[in-house]
Design a protein around this ligand. Structure first.
Ligand code: NDP
Ligand code: 2IT
Length: 450
């Protein structure tokens, strides 16, 4: 049995109760095979894969909070500090009822390779809680964030572990957590990114994941002699990543015809009115179903569950899954391929199942940009926020956007060159995973067995 397969078998047996984590490890280890083979003895002797798959530490804690009626509740908080060989632990925090240790481990594992690809000195981590922000009042959100920080504060720090947002954690939650950390420690420091612009945040961070996704997909299309202009685009989700991916795709001349939330999806043949989506989702925090109340010519479909989502049956040239994991299943991939999709860019983390990824790769034609590369613009701009905090200055919008564009072009070049070097030129899953892995492996080998 090959070294990669033996490590995968160990993970499958040991963590069978963490299916998302096993899925993430499987996808990475399969694609690393050719790179591992080239240096198998050294990697095996140093247990590089065994050390990469097991986090440095996993912090699990109780988060008690009191609702507006005086009733106490308890949620579970997590911070998985995965690997700090390249730099301080870095990665977002997710508040969603689905959150479990396995989900946070999958996200933390992905983050290590993603952060390596950015070229910035950041290690990997992830956190969150099984808390559902939906339907909670401002004060309930504040009390939850405060309670969450009462434990988290002792594990994080500007040079130790730097969280950020993810599903259910945006500017509002980050503000409350920043305020609590400052209150406890007296340190108004950049221990978290995605901060408001008035207290150390970076311009473009809010837009960065979505913009970065479109920059990378544009680079991928351009290498094949085409671009976004005139293309029909479908975006899943209508949160932070989805909204700014849609905005940049439109700026580049694409027509976004469909978007979704966890209740359903809209189809607007004339092109989605993004200002209206922003008003509904960012300002009112309401359901996307409201869209058709204003845009009478659009359609709303109420099958929002990711595994039943018919959104992917909408004919498009570019598909941008920007909601959550396991959104595009094999049946959806087949439908997208049948409808002539040119490119798929993962704005979310692991939105495509392994079967569906394989179906895209098997076409040898569909350009498939994996999340580790495609959505790295968010964390990369978090890295730029950390730099600005350390330098105690703020760059202009233009400066940050130019740096983001350069980082995304560089990630594309890196994954594309790596794929070519391994004689599988449009297998960007292989390209991104190997490129991310090799830097991390070099750093770990340099530090000895730790
Ligand atoms: P948000 O919370 O802002 O938005 C998430 C969107 O996806 C919402 O429209 C939400 O619907 C929908 N959604 C969430 N869970 C489900 C589900 N189980 N089924 C169907 N729809 C769902 O999160 P982000 O935009 O920040 O994150 C989206 C994805 O991008 C995640 O995978 C995240 O890990 C990834 N990502 C985020 C980055 C960032 O900087 N924020 C960076 C890199 C990756 P509803 O409105 O109904 O809740
Ligand atoms: O998945 C991700 O890369 C994020 N949620 C952003 C992480 C960050 O630290 O900005």
């Amino acid at each position: 049995m090959s070294y990669t397969n033996s490590v995968l078998k160990m993970i499958e047996e040991k963590y069978s109760y963490q299916p998302l984590f096993v899925q993430a490890v499987k996808e990475v280890l399969h694609s690393l095979e050719p790179a591992i083979k080239a240096n198998e003895a050294a990697y095996k002797q140093n247990a590089i894969l065994e050390r990469m798959v097991e986090p440095d530490r996993q912090i699990v804690f109780r988060v008690p909070w009191v609702d507006d009626k005086g009733q106490a509740h308890v949620n579970v908080g997590y911070r998985v500090q995965y690997n700090n060989s390249i730099g301080p632990y870095k990665g977002g925090m997710r508040f969603h009822p689905s959150v479990s240790l396995g989900e946070i481990k999958f996200l933390g594992f992905e983050q290590c390779f993603k952060n390596s690809l950015t070229g910035l000195p950041m290690g990997g981590g992830k956190g969150g809680a099984d808390f559902d922000p939906k339907g909670k009042s401002e004060q309930e959100i504040f009390r939850f964030c405060q309670s969450f920080l009462m434990e988290l504060f002792r594990h994080v720090g500007a040079d130790i572990d730097v969280p950020a947002g993810d599903i259910g954690v945006g500017a509002r939650e980050i503000g409350y957590m920043y305020g609590t950390y400052k209150k406890i420690t007296r340190l108004p420091e950049g221990w978290i990114t995605g901060k408001g612009l008035d207290y150390g945040g970076s311009l473009i961070r809010k837009q960065a994941t979505g913009f970065g996704l479109v920059y990378l997909v544009q680079a991928m299309l351009q290498e094949q002699g085409t671009c976004f202009k005139g293309k029909t685009v479908v975006v899943s989700g209508s949160g932070n990543v989805a909204i700014y991916a849609a905005q940049k795709a439109m700026e580049f001349g694409g027509k976004v015809v469909a978007m979704s939330d966890s209740s359903g999806w809209i189809y607007d043949k004339d092109g989605v009115d993004l200002k209206l989506v922003q008003e509904i989702k960012e300002v009112k925090r309401a359901r996307l179903s409201e869209y058709v109340k204003t845009r009478k010519s659009a359609e709303y479909h109420d099958d929002g569950k990711v595994d039943s989502l018919r959104l992917w049956s909408v004919k498009c040239d570019v598909a941008l899954p920007c909601a959550t994991q396991n959104d595009i299943h094999l049946a959806h991939a087949k439908e997208l391929i049948k409808n002539g999709v040119l490119a798929v860019g993962e704005g979310a983390n692991m939105p495509t199942t392994i079967d569906a990824c394989n179906a895209f790769l098997a076409t040898k034609k569909v350009l498939f940009a994996p999340g580790k590369a495609a959505n790295a613009g968010g964390v990369a701009t978090s890295g730029l926020e950390m730099t600005q905090n350390s330098m105690r200055l703020s760059w202009t919008e233009k400066e940050v956007d130019e740096k983001l564009l350069a980082i995304m072009n560089n990630i594309y070049k890196n994954m594309s060159t790596t794929a070519k070097n391994f004689k599988d030129p449009i297998n960007f899953i292989l390209g991104a995973n190997i490129a991310g892995f090799e830097k991390l492996a070099r750093a770990m080998l340099a530090h000895g067995v730790q």
